[in-house]
Design a protein around this ligand. Structure first.
Ligand code: 13P
Ligand code: SF4
Length: 299
């Protein structure tokens, strides 16, 4: 079986397989660890494996490489990008910084290494509130690229940030009407959405959580039915870990095509042929690492 071949290749290569919660179920099932962006970055920072195979999107593998300059980091399909991460460039961020001297620059981890290199700190949806609470209210903050996550945190903390107008095309497709329809179909079930969703969707939900936060909520909640407003790949993990509970997507159409580029076949080929190696120029990696390390230091 393909999954047995993958596990034996991983042992041979002394490789750890890290998989994001949005990947296909069969890919999650061969992982050493499945998690959200923050959990995966922490795993990558702690690993002693010779090789990290990252099934997710490119910025996640790039973060793992920045944290492990001496280890080999592989991504099964290097074309698995995150369109949101490409919505702001380092040159554009430098322009905003020049127009706001003294402002702190914060990036969502869904950003390129070059953008991270321009930032004071980065955040994930799992730690954004804790990280942003550390800034004093009189500090000017530039937040890139996700206006929805940035707007969500600004609202929670009662602050205003200079928000870059980036967004996730997958989550942007979710509507408040779809949430209302899901509530009618599953009365009483709590509705969880990702903070990348537009504001009216966030307001229509009960909880706004990272994918790791959703997994914790599902474990700890006494609810027997839960409605989930994020990429549908997470349903595999939620159902597997909580077989006595029912999980319903707000919309079956919430699919991130890039996450789905990771397959058992290209994961096997990746380990077999040691491809495709992720590299980050040292000068960029050193500066980006400061922003990532600053984030990981916040507990
Ligand atoms: P999480 O960090 O919550 O897993 O989110 C990553 C992501 O890309 C969401 O679209
Ligand atoms: Fe990027 Fe959206 Fe896919 Fe997450 S779901 S990786 S933000 S495109």
């Amino acid at each position: 079986m393909l999954s047995d071949e993958i596990r034996s290749l991983a042992a041979e290569r002394k490789a750890v397989i890290l998989v994001h919660n949005y990947c296909r179920g069969e890919v999650q099932d061969v992982a050493d660890f499945t998690g959200d962006s923050l959990e995966l970055a922490r795993r990558a920072a702690e690993t002693t494996a010779d090789v990290i195979v990252f099934c997710g999107v490119y910025f996640m593998a790039e973060t793992a490489k920045i944290l492990n300059p001496s280890r080999t980091v592989l991504i099964p399909d290097p074309s698995a990008g995150c369109p949101m991460a490409d919505m702001v460039t380092a040159a554009q961020l430098r322009e905003v910084k020049a127009a706001h001297p003294g402002a702190k620059a914060v990036c969502y981890v869904n950003s390129t290494a070059e953008v991270k290199a321009e930032c004071d700190i980065c955040v994930t949806s799992g730690n954004a509130e804790a990280v942003m609470a550390r800034f004093s209210p009189d500090e000017e903050i530039i937040f890139v690229p996700d206006r929805h996550l940035g707007g969500h945190i600004a609202g929670l903390l009662g602050r205003e940030y200079l928000l870059w107008p980036g967004y996730c095309p997958t989550h942007a497709a979710l509507t408040a009407k779809a949430v209302a329809d899901a509530r009618r179909l599953h009365p009483g079930a709590p509705v969880l959405v990702h903070p990348e969703c537009p504001r009216d969707v966030r307001e229509a939900a009960d909880e706004r959580l990272s994918t790791g936060g959703m997994c914790r909520y599902a474990r700890e909640s006494s609810a027997k039915e839960i409605v989930v407003g994020t990429e549908t790949g997470i349903l595999h993990r939620l159902r597997k870990e909580n077989p006595e509970k029912a999980f319903y997507p707000v919309s079956e159409k919430l699919v991130c095509p890039n996450m789905k580029k990771n397959t058992l076949e290209n994961l096997r080929d990746s380990l077999k042929e040691m491809k495709t190696e992720v590299t980050v120029p040292e000068e960029v990696a050193v500066r980006a690492r400061r922003a990532i390390d600053a984030m990981l230091a916040v507990r």
